[in-house]
Design a protein around this ligand. Sequence first.
Ligand code: SF4
Length: 451
Amino acid sequence: MAAVNLTLQQRPAADPSVDHEIQAIVAGASASETCNTDLAAGPWDFDIRPGYGPGASMGDVIPTGAPRQGELPAAYREASDEELEGRIQAAKRTLGDRVVILGHFYQREEVVTHADYVGDSFQLANAALEHPDAEAIVFCGVHFMAETADLLSRPEQAVILPNLAAGCSMADMADIDQVEECWEQLAEVYGDMDTPDAEGKLPVIPVTYMNSSAAIKGFVGRHGGIVCTSSNARTVLEWAFERGRRVLFFPDQHLGRNTAKAMGVPLDEMPMWNPHRPFGGSDEATLTRARVILWHGFCSVHRRFSVDQITQARAEHPGVRVIVHPECPMPVVDAADESGSTDYIRKAIEAADEPTTFAIGTEINLVQRLAAQHPQHTIFCLDPVVCPCSTMYRIHPGYLAWVLEGLVEGRVHNRITVPQDVADPARVALERMLAAKPPAGRLEQPAGTTS
Ligand code: SF4
């Protein structure tokens, strides 16, 4: 990316661009801090290196077989921001209705500006359904999101992920081989996993967060389980408890714990399953007592938020309204005023009639965009360090221009396809989620809201 070289004075008051912010920090024109100055470089600098790239946490260990992105042609790496913008717009004009561009809330502003739809992963997959005649769906998000769009789109439609290195470290924490092994070990404790007891309940119902691979969704579908989002997790857990003695929840321990705790499940009935230890590091008595077995997964972005940050926000901004995402650790959710999905956060801000100060615990690209869209409010990220999601960052206008111009020339780059034997049970698990309803009288956000 060409350097922006903006000074503090030149920068607009509410610039939503996190890239600009990071470049200003690196140039010494901003007093803010970033978690990694390499974030000012183009993502192609990291495509040939293993790892999640700049901004990833020490806890993010990329799987050996994770997709790698080949070298982006120089014409795209060396183009200025203005040139890339012009090329994307021209390709979009040429392609017209043949292509739909989806942009996740956590994408950089320079990509989101070209999106036909902006939302969370499930909203975007559903938005693609409204364009059954589009030949290509360009998903500016991460790998599991493109897989979900492929599950829900027509077989002839090509779902494209502009940079194959845009994985999700949390989704990668639940590997299908580890999950299969976990299931076998649980069968040693609980007996036949497929036979209901006298009350018609199975020993374990597997529940996976939307932020998981298609292989995990397929596993869940094959074993009587279900998918959840961050807004319907409670309804889904209720669905699971109607059918099973306990739940195996992956990959995000925090969403599982926060949701089950709010439902009254005691913490000592929620053991953690560490896939690197026999029986997840638990003993038979603990597993027998368990109501929710939590997979040892987490989101590195949401794990950055802390109770100290909330304390500081309250001290510096009396009356501040603190809203955090349920992927944050339990003490952070407990200390906040509210917790909810990206869509919940967005709607809470939109619904505030009076000028309000919001401290938000979710990814910085969304927070800065909300701040720019709502100048009547003061909106800031709880984490003072500018640290965007390291895998969302891998999507850059250079890759978007490359895949779009490829389509114009009749070439499909980076198509994401879920094999049929995985797709069929994964769709079953998604359909169960769509059919699950909260009990009469309790309102819930629409099913399609996740991180
Ligand atoms: S914010 Fe967290 S869960 Fe979302 S894509 Fe990034 S690493 Fe994955």
